[in-house]
Design a protein around this ligand. Structure first.
Ligand code: GLU
Length: 415
């Protein structure tokens, strides 16, 4: 998986004149710590869970990235996600490197108190690694603001003082930022709006959303409020479609009590088999679930004009090539879903200033950042005649290279 991700680095490097030191530094994670967490279950037994924190690269600042709780997490997945965070923070010009954490667990099988003990155990294990100037976690797949609150609280009791800037995505009452909850989707939404004309998208366009968690639900609401029609949605229970547009309130209600698939069979809503959500006829396809959802076997069946990657790594490199040949434009993850970490940065800034911004300021700054970097990447893709993904990597890599080279390069030391 990391090897696949690194092909994008190699490809970007071809467009830049880089010192060999740069690639040598970015090819490997700086450090990955793996710990077995042992927690007490409600029935009195003890159970252990594998947990990781990877700090991939910290040249541009403290490492930044979420913690996911997922039954399929592996060393390699955490390192790949941390690699993507390194590039994402550079794309947005945030003063951060990239990191990521995970616990191999299905959190739905835990009670609330078990989940709290697991979250606190994670911080006990990694308290020496994280810190407001070292490594700053945040939410990711199956983690949320409540978990970030427990984690911030645990960190404060270990170091003996309130340290809100050690973690972002916290509840507002514990120093979270307004606008962090929907920031991932909102960043993608601002990007789509800004590039809509160039992409041939317009309100009234049909949208299919794969994954109906935080990012999926918020993008549905934002796009619908702009006049887009949500024609298909999936979650872990399956997928549904309705060519005339799904009713959002019903979708949210179904999700609150289970799966969106409970809507199938009435009001013109039909169930879709397997991963057919990917091939639904629509203008905009939004993968908002996990990695590798659009791959060599199903990429040819994509019928969308544009793909907005709100998940991390939803399109494999093989699928990228197939989509490019078909003329499908992919708004790449390291730009498209960077709204989350951008508002995390705003949260960290507010924590350090002890001064909190109104939500309008958060939105305005996020919009400016998405439009600025989106425009730069669009122009770079035109200039180099590449995909937006390659352009985003070139854009990030040139910033990373500047920082790495500023420490002195091979040329400097050899002469
Ligand atoms: N987990 C999110 C991501 O993959 C947010 C990371 C953060 O806010 O630090 O971008």
């Amino acid at each position: 998986m990391l090897d696949q991700a690194l092909t994008r680095l190699d490809e970007a490097a071809r467009h830049l004149e880089l010192d060999a030191d740069v690639l040598e530094k970015l090819k490997y994670p700086r450090e990955t710590t793996k710990v077995r967490l042992l927690i007490r279950m409600d029935d009195g037994s003890r159970k252990s869970f594998m947990a990781w924190r990877c700090r991939y690269d910290d040249t541009r600042g403290p490492t930044k990235g979420g913690i996911r709780f997922h039954p399929d997490s592996t060393d390699e997945e955490v390192e790949t996600l941390a690699f993507w965070m390194t590039f994402k923070c550079a794309v947005m010009n945030l003063p951060y490197g990239g990191g990521k954490g995970a616990v191999r667990v299905d959190p739905h099988t835990l009670s609330k108190s078990e989940l709290e003990r697991l979250s606190r155990a994670y911080i006990q294990a990694f308290s020496k690694i994280i810190g407001p100037d070292r490594d700053i976690p945040a939410p990711d797949v199956y983690t949320n603001s409540m978990i970030m609150g427990w984690m911030a609280d645990e960190y404060a009791s270990i170091v003996g003082e309130s340290t809100p800037a050690v973690i972002t995505g916290k509840p507002i009452a514990l120093g979270g930022s307004l606008g962090r909850d929907d920031a991932t989707a909102r960043g993608g939404f601002y990007l789509v709006r800004h590039l809509a004309e160039k992409l041939g998208l317009a309100p009234g366009g049909r949208v299919a959303i794969q994954g109906f968690g935080n990012a999926g639900q918020h993008i549905a609401r934002l796009l619908a409020s702009d006049g887009y029609k949500i024609v298909a949605v999936s979650d872990s229970g399956g997928a549904i479609s309705c060519p005339s547009g799904l009713d959002l309130e019903r979708l949210f209600a179904a999700k609150r009590t289970g799966s969106v698939t409970s809507l199938a069979g009435s009001n013109g809503v039909t169930a879709l088999p397997g991963d057919e959500i990917v091939s639904v006829e629509c203008d905009l396809l939004v993968p908002a679930a996990l990695e590798d959802m659009i791959h060599a076997e199903n990429a040819a069946s994509v019928r969308a004009r544009v793909v907005l990657e709100l998940a991390n790594g939803p399109v494999t490199p093989e699928a990228d090539a197939i989509l490019a040949r078909k003329g499908v434009v992919v708004l790449p993850d390291i730009l498209a879903n960077a709204g989350g970490v951008t508002v995390s940065y705003f949260e960290w800034v507010q924590n350090r200033q002890g001064y909190y911004w109104p939500v309008e300021d958060v939105h305005a700054r996020l919009k400016t950042a998405m439009e600025r970097e989106g425009e730069a990447i669009w122009e770079m893709a035109a200039k180099h005649a590449t995909t937006l993904r390659s352009a985003a990597y070139v854009h990030a890599l040139s910033r990373l290279a500047q920082a790495i080279e500023a420490h002195g390069t091979q040329q400097f030391f050899a002469s």
